[in-house]
Design a protein around this ligand. Sequence first.
Ligand SMILES: Cc1cc2nc3c(=O)[nH]c(=O)nc-3n(C[C@H](O)[C@H](O)[C@H](O)COP(=O)(O)OP(=O)(O)OC[C@H]3O[C@@H](n4cnc5c(N)ncnc54)[C@H](O)[C@@H]3O)c2cc1C
Length: 279
Amino acid sequence: MSRHTTFHIGGPADAYLEVETEAELAKVCRFARRRRLPVFFIGWGSNLLVRDGGLRGIVARLRGEFDAVRFDGVRVFAGAGVRLPALVSACARRGLAGAEPLIGVPGTVGGALVMNAGTREGEIGDLVKSVRVLDRKSLKGALLKRRSLRFGYRSSNLDKRVILGAELELKPGSKVDILERIKNLQQRRLQTQPVHTFNVGSIFKNPSGRFVARLIEEAGLKGARCGGASISRKHANFFENHGGATARDVLDLVRLVRGRIRRRYGVELEPEMRIVGEA
Ligand SMILES: Cc1cc2nc3c(=O)[nH]c(=O)nc-3n(C[C@H](O)[C@H](O)[C@H](O)COP(=O)(O)OP(=O)(O)OC[C@H]3O[C@@H](n4cnc5c(N)ncnc54)[C@H](O)[C@@H]3O)c2cc1C
């Protein structure tokens, strides 16, 4: 799985598949059901720490027809496999505003919906009109309307679902303004985050009313290292894999930070990255 995550960390999957159509997806799920195999869906792998023992069962990534984007006025229909930066750029080219906060999130629509990805400027949940999911019984597509969807801080009620795509609603805007906003957001990210390293973005969620990066920095942990993983000197809520880091190294760092922050501030940090697989 180190080949399928932005952390470049993770033991083997029993099977890795790229699924290109809904018909193929139904086949894979039927096969897995008969053999009682779990199926784990991944997007860009940008929020995943896969443990060193890897993942049992099937790991599936949606591509092919799930990579399609279609526009209808201010509505955008995007498959679960569509990458957010490409989606934001396509919206900008059409003069559609609202998706810019997602420009620097290296995730797919599927992963972003599960996580309600975003920034202080806005989250994907703000834009969602409906989500297409796989009905686990019939193995056919089913539509979840906005009123049945719940989005919170890096969370949603789509966790146990297989996401096929989403309908988003944007606002008409000036192309020049949208592109300017995108440029500013990208520049800010380059200045403040180690975007060119192997990482998974924020390791921990911000505790209410506080910035976890500041707490880690104040606790003197910037640059702390376990094996091949370290706490970024650029942004203390990012951990970097310097090549050859194991999930164990990252989890050792997680333990170190949580312990120090608990003792110093009485705050219990909750991971934002998803930790999956066997030790
Ligand atoms: C440099 C960097 C910067 C980042 N900045 C941000 C940021 O500003 N804001 C932010 O919110 N996040 C940020 N992230 C984290 C990450 O990009 C987001 O959480 C993103 O939404 C994850 O999407 P993904 O497609 O990579 O999902 P993955 O990491 O592949 O998976 C995440 C979860 O979604 C599930 N999933 C994925 N696709 C499907 C599907 N089709 N059906 C069902 N479940 C699915 C997986 O099973 C898993 O539970 C950053 C990461 C990096 C590396």
